[in-house]
Ligand binder design. Sequence first.
Ligand code: HEM
Length: 411
Amino acid sequence: MTDTAEPTVFFNPLEPGYTENPWPHFAELREHDPAHLSPIERWFLFTYDDCARLLRDPALSVDDVNIEFHDEARVAMFEAAFDPEEATRSMLGLDAPDHTRLRRLVSKAFTPSAIAALRPMIEERVDAALDAMEARGSAEVIGELAFPLPFDVISEMLGMPEADADQIAQWSSALVKTLDPIISEEEVNAAADAERKMGVLLDEVIAWKRANPADDLLTALIQAEEDGDRLTSRELRAQVQLLFVAGHETTVNLIGTGIYELLRHPVQAELLRNDPTLDANAVDELLRFVSPVQFSRRITLDDVTFRDDTDQPKTIKKGMFVMASLASSNHDPAKWGPTAEELDLRREGAGQHLSFGSGSHYCLGASLAKLEAQAAIGRFVRRFPNAAVAGEPVWNGRINLRGLERLDVTL
Ligand code: HEM
């Protein structure tokens, strides 16, 4: 290749087979063009070092108002479907000082002691799910464990009233599709519809909770106050929606795909089965290997040069939307060595994965997600040493929150 040659490889999640197995595509991108502007007006970064640097750079933004270069077709679909007056502004899309203020208020409910206190409730729920599976001798792991566990836990933490879980699950599923870099008009419309309906429900729930305070996260958020500062109603709704959706749409992929990978790696499952002290490292390694959230993003507020220590430096212009491939970083041999593509529950430094992002937006629910996954995955492999995948698992088809929709097993 001459130095004027156009790159020959672009990130293309529409390639056949990508959903089931995106890893070879990431390897190809890391090798041939690990930082590039894609035809959809977004930059993509694929190496560990570039992604870590992007996520940790305090001079970058997460606020969409700073995007100057747009995929016009995408913007037109979103503008037609979403009411800008109703736009929810969660901390995930806000910079300091708003981000700092909101995160500080919400963090009060996520202290290490508050999360540790949930352990008995989580283990009880896992055991109840496993009892039901054992009685039947077979299971559908996503519908019976990987989805309901984080969904019920975040609902209980928030103190949500009993609601139609299937309906809410359908709305969240439609909403998280907007995190994908490629989305159809139909999917944008479904997401906007889901957002409106979820908004109505959350407003009702918040009003009810104001009148019926209890010992739960929603009450804490309603009452959260610092230096006379409270969440406005709209801010409150946006944070609750974020917690509710982030609380289950991500962890389901860690538990579901994590169990699937252990069933495909029986030697590793056996290690875990025989050594409970491995639980924490095993979950970090599964977070690395599976990458339940495959991308995060930042927006440049100035021109920024990446890869300036290589013969292919790349300058990203101000106002660009940049996606960091957490998944590719987590499999980058330059960081993880020659075993990067292998599952090794005893891997040293597994916790350095980027699955929870990094920097000031580092996942607020990381310890909760790990606690749930340790309980669910550890207990599943110990209870069912003969478990085996039955038939073909079904992938959810998502580019960002990649995971399984259905995993049938015999026990
Ligand atoms: C395996 C499960 C999970 C994964 C892989 C995950 C991943 C992530 C990632 C990649 C980010 C963005 C970080 C960045 O850009 O630097 C994030 C942010 C966030 N996550 Fe999670 N998450 C998980 C579970 C949870 C749970 C259970 C909750 C809450 C109950 C949660 C709440 C949040 C919140 C509130 C933010 C926004 C933080 C901020 O903007 O400051 N997440 N998560």
